[in-house]
Design a protein around this ligand. Structure first.
Ligand code: ATP
Ligand code: MG
Length: 423
């Protein structure tokens, strides 16, 4: 620690800082600086680490660099494994623990007799002297450097000599933390941007779908209203009924599309409500059958297992069953049946809907739950491609999973399973 030595120390410190400013890799810089410090004070081994806090608020040390003093295979493996992630030291009833709790330097020139010692692990090389130095930033403890086995022990002079080292570590830890924060906010920004782009794409898809899908029902409503306005006196009862029915059906169609878009919007923004209560799934299914505009005579309900109320959301379950059943009816022949099965097993309940219809081409199955996606064999059937996206959102909101089995030309079975019985 002669004058020449101090010049070497300052050069080491400034080289290390310059390198660090280029790569912001704390581990590389810490190793460099620790070696400089060890040489400067003439100690055998050392460590440097960041002070972190566990769930209970207790400080612990996570190393950036430490001299490899492995003394057997197990410690050698430990050093190798923790080379990149760092070792954690949590025992506060030790000499370094005293330093963590007090945020003050700890000097022990006779560690084996020191009442503050925690003892060394079996096989650890003898510790003749020890120094732990706090790394402080704005009065807060953010790290610790420690040294072992210096000929002649440690004293105030060594502490003073190490000041440039500890303040450089403080700058580097702060710098690295700021860099981590900057990277995290950059990642956040990228994510938000991606999310925004997705939302904008979805919105423009919705606008083009709505302008296309709403045109037909709106012109039906317009023409029927005009006819009723002009000729209602001349129309007989059945003719009047036909026009009112056309208006009602067109409105219902638009309402259904809007409802789907609303559910998807809520799912996207995380505001889709899930109010679990014991519900009678058979009753919900019958309600869906009754609300179908046509085809209810083709639908059958089968119950397997021990029937009991399910702890689910009635509204979400109605949406799921309605979408699956109307798909099954739409994509299958008018003389074929559709089977809804409720399977109760253990703590789970599964709702499956099966048809003997056109099926889905295997290459389309993967994306079929995305909004606006329709299979390549769907153009002969009317639809917006929102139904299954709604099903997926309603199933996910109730912590369920979906399974789909489909064979082109033979039929489709979609099954949603929920962890939800009241048992
Ligand atoms: N049971 C089924 N059999 C065959 N194909 C199906 C079945 N269910 C869904 N599909 C395919 O999946 C696509 C997406 O279904 P989804 O319910 O999301 O949309 P859609 O039925 O086309 O329109 P809508 O929004 O009116 O429900 C359909 O276009 C169809 O290609
Ligand atoms: Mg559908």
């Amino acid at each position: 620690m002669e004058d020449g030595n101090s010049v070497a120390l300052l050069k080491g410190v400034s080289d290390c800082l310059a390198d660090f400013a280029g790569h912001f890799d704390l581990r590389i810089a810490a190793e460099q600086l620790l070696t400089t410090a060890l040489t400067h004070i003439g100690a055998e081994f050392g460590y440097v680490g960041e002070v972190l806090y566990d769930g209970a608020g207790n400080p612990y040390l996570k190393t950036f660099a430490l001299t490899n003093i492995a003394w057997d295979d197990a410690t050698r493996r430990l050093y190798e494994e923790s080379a990149t992630s760092g070792l954690e030291f949590r025992n506060l009833k030790t000499l370094f623990g005293v330093g963590l709790l007090s945020a003050k330097p700890v000097i022990s020139n006779e560690p084996s007799m020191d009442p503050r010692r925690g003892g060394l692990p079996h096989g650890h090389p003898p510790l003749n002297s020890f120094l732990a130095l706090p790394i402080l930033r704005g009065g807060t403890l953010i790290g610790q450097i420690g040294f072992g086995n210096r000929g002649g022990g440690f004293d105030q002079k060594v502490l003073d000599a190490l000041k440039p080292i500890s303040s450089t570590f403080a700058v580097m830890i702060e710098g690295s933390r700021a860099d981590t924060r900057r990277k995290a906010s950059e990642l956040d920004l990228i994510r938000t941007d991606h999310h925004l782009k997705q939302a904008t794409a979805l919105q423009s898809q919705f606008v083009s779908m709505a302008s296309h899908e709403f045109r037909n029902p709106l012109s039906i409503i317009l023409s029927s209203t005009e006819l009723l306005e002009r000729y209602s006196q001349k129309f007989n009862e059945p003719k009047l009924k036909t026009h009112f029915e056309r208006i009602r059906t067109s409105i219902a169609h638009m309402q259904a599309i809007l409802e789907d878009v609303l559910v998807l919007g809520k799912a996207e923004s995380g505001t889709l409500q899930f109010n679990p209560e014991p519900i009678d799934l058979a009753a919900v299914t019958h309600l869906v059958f009754q609300s179908l505009p046509s085809g209810r005579e083709r639908c059958h309900l089968r119950i397997t297992g021990e029937y009991e109320p399910a702890l689910l959301d009635a509204k979400l379950m109605h949406q799921i069953i309605e979408n699956l059943v109307s798909n099954a009816l739409k994509y299958s022949a008018e003389d074929s049946g559709v089977c809804v099965e409720l399977v109760f097993s253990g703590c789970n309940v599964a709702v499956s809907v099966e048809d003997k219809g056109v099926g889905i081409p295997p290459e389309d199955i993967k994306k079929i739950f995305e909004p606006f996606v329709r299979a390549r064999n769907a153009p002969d059937f009317s639809g917006t491609g929102l139904g299954l996206a709604v099903v997926r959102a309603c199933v996910a909101r109730q912590n369920g999973t979906i399974q789909i089995d489909s064979t082109l030309g033979a039929g489709t079975r979609i099954c949603a399973t929920f962890p939800c019985t009241t048992r």
